[in-house]
Design a protein around this ligand. Structure first.
Ligand code: NAG
Ligand code: NAG
Ligand code: NAG
Ligand code: NAG
Ligand code: NAG
Length: 503
């Protein structure tokens, strides 16, 4: 909290465009008309994906905008986050004086190919410590997937200064609609070669100065803001001549080469499960991961001792950073429970992404857990899991459901193990001896869904719980097809787990 307050706006803001003045293609400053950057005050709930980010490196503080893309991730510009060590995010407000929703930034990741001199890949993600509760004023925005043609109308928003000589931010969120221009045309205003493929520019068509200014960096550019908003760009730069120079301002695309992707396309939660009570499934872990090229995803895991969480290998492919939640059931209520950075990831050496064979992995967390009634390790089965056994699987599987307002409560469901032969009738010999399948055993659709991946499957859940499997795959017909779901038999990997963890 300590770096909230107006002083931070007076610091040097890192918005400034590194592009130098001069260069043969820069055109002279034109008569630029009225000296205001036109814009309107946004009303509460009008741009519910907008976030305000207060960032600090310990000595300096600065401000940026951002876009909510899931309950835990806010998209912003790479140059906003570069060098920052701590931060807070405000969401669901238009007036930044209201800091009651301030949410600590847990982690920040800048695109690994971000270039601070060219502003290529000017993208970053920040992870929020407490997942957002979506409502009318706080919502995720859908990410666009296409390059924009000139003349598209986009809405940019932020608390940026209204004038070049104004050093305070606007108290109230402002927005303006401007027009995309071709990169060729934009290039005329900037140094040679400055406008790269992953960028686009926008300006007003009428010679009135409108656009983005200091403090707007990282904020959203969206199309169809009122009807069907789609995020198309991250506010990245203005001309070195200033916000009021009449030059187009620049945005970075948040996809393609410089992609922000949710790798696992998280879907709905466990189908037709029941909500778990706190302490009912104390071995359940929630795992957030950040990967290469600004990808992010969520998986489940099983606590097997103070330091190790067992999960699926496919959850760990290309992981760069991760963190784990334990000791809670409601991801909206992180006051209960513990979160800790993941420091070390182990994929099974024979994991095969095509066949999903050996889809098992381990996460080592930085701060060892202290066990209590809400978080405790699960015993690992040594025995072959027999057909017909009743099993219980659990997971959140919900973290990125856009617009979802339900509580993110841990769910569980009971399934019955079926034989590998029976399962292979559905999966054409995909199911190896290291795998096992389970089905609802009834006509009621029950089972895991995306985001439950890596999560625990146990026997004797209420009496003497023992881990027998890890959630690995579902049918490509979808979670609600009621086809059997596929798991990794942990007993097949008992020796490997022992070697890696000592458990
Ligand atoms: C914070 O950033 C400023 C400006 O870049 C720099 O001068 C200062 O050394 C940084 N402080 C720390 C603790 O890194
Ligand atoms: C923003 O909120 C503060 C504190 O509630 C209030 O004093 C101020 O007038 C508000 N600003 C605007 C422009 O509404
Ligand atoms: C940034 O891009 C410039 C121009 O292409 C290049 O010379 C420089 O090495 C790049 N910097 C980094 C850190 O990649
Ligand atoms: C993603 O990251 C990898 C590894 O750093 C890199 O080789 C690759 O070119 C990047 N881009 C895409 C689109 O995958
Ligand atoms: C699970 O419970 C059943 C019935 O209570 C019992 O027979 C069995 O031994 C238990 N299995 C394990 C692995 O504890």
């Amino acid at each position: 909290m300590q770096f909230l307050g107006l002083i931070c706006f007076l610091m040097s803001l890192p918005w400034a465009l590194p592009l130098e003045e001069g260069g043969s293609t820069l055109i002279p400053l034109k008569d630029i008309g009225p000296h205001i950057i036109l814009g309107s005050d946004a009303s509460l709930g009008q741009l519910p994906w907008q976030a305000a980010l207060y960032l600090s490196n310990g000595t300096n503080s600065w401000f940026c905008g951002g876009s909510i893309i899931s309950k835990v991730w806010v998209l912003t510009a790479g140059h906003c986050v570069e060098g920052a060590t701590t931060g807070l995010a405000l969401t669901g407000v238009v007036n930044v004086s209201d800091q009651s929703t301030a949410n600590e930034i847990y982690d920040m990741i800048v695109h690994e190919e971000f270039n601070s001199s060219t502003l290529e890949n000017d993208i970053a993600l920040v992870a929020l410590r407490s997942p957002l509760k979506f409502d009318d004023n706080i919502k995720a925005v859908t990410l666009g997937t296409q390059y924009l043609d000139p003349n598209f109308r986009i809405t940019v928003s932020g608390w940026g200064t209204k004038h070049d000589d104004e050093v305070e931010l606007s108290q109230v969120l402002r927005y303006v609609t401007i027009t995309v221009i071709s990169n060729e045309r934009c290039q005329e205003y900037y140094e040679e070669g400055a406008i790269l493929d992953g960028m686009f520019c926008a300006m007003t068509s009428r010679g009135i100065i409108m656009g983005t200014c200091q403090g707007d960096s990282g904020g959203p550019a969206v199309i169809d803001a009122e009807t069907n908003p789609v995020h198309v760009g991250i506010i990245s730069f203005v001309s070195a001549h200033g916000c009021e120079s009449g030059r187009p301002s620049g945005m970075g695309y948040a996809f393609a080469e410089s992609s922000v992707q949710n790798k696992h396309n998280l879907g709905p939660r466990i189908i037709n499960g029941e909500e778990a009570a706190l302490g009912q499934i104390p071995w359940q872990a929630g795992l957030y991961f950040l990967g290469n090229n600004i990808t992010y995803w969520f998986c489940g895991g099983s606590v097997i001792n103070e330091e190790w969480i067992l999960t699926a290998a496919h959850c760990l492919v290309e992981v760069q950073e991760g963190y784990a939640f334990t000791g809670l059931v409601d991801l909206n209520n992180l006051d209960v429970g513990v979160s800790t950075d993941a420091s070390y990831f182990v994929l099974h050496p024979n994991y095969n992404a095509a066949t999903l064979d050996n889809d098992i992995g381990l996460v080592k967390i930085k701060v060892p857990l202290k066990f209590d009634e809400n978080q405790a390790p699960i015993a690992l089965s040594e025995d072959f899991l027999e057909d017909g056994t009743d099993v219980t699987l659990s997971g959140w599987g919900v973290l990125n459901d856009e617009g979802d307002t339900e509580t993110a409560n841990l769910n569980y469901v009971n399934l019955v193990v079926i034989s590998n032969n029976e399962c292979n009738e559905y999966y054409e010999d995909f199911v190896t001896d290291n795998m096992v399948c389970a089905s609802s055993g009834t006509s009621t659709v029950k089972g895991p869904c995306n985001g439950d991946n890596g999560g625990p499957v146990v026997i004797n859940a209420t009496t003497n719980p023992v881990l027998v499997a890890i959630v690995s795959f579902i049918s490509d017909q979808g979670c609600e097809s009621n086809l059997p779901s596929g798991y990794i038999r942990t007993a097949s990997y008992r020796d490997w787990i022992r070697e890696e963890t000592g458990v």
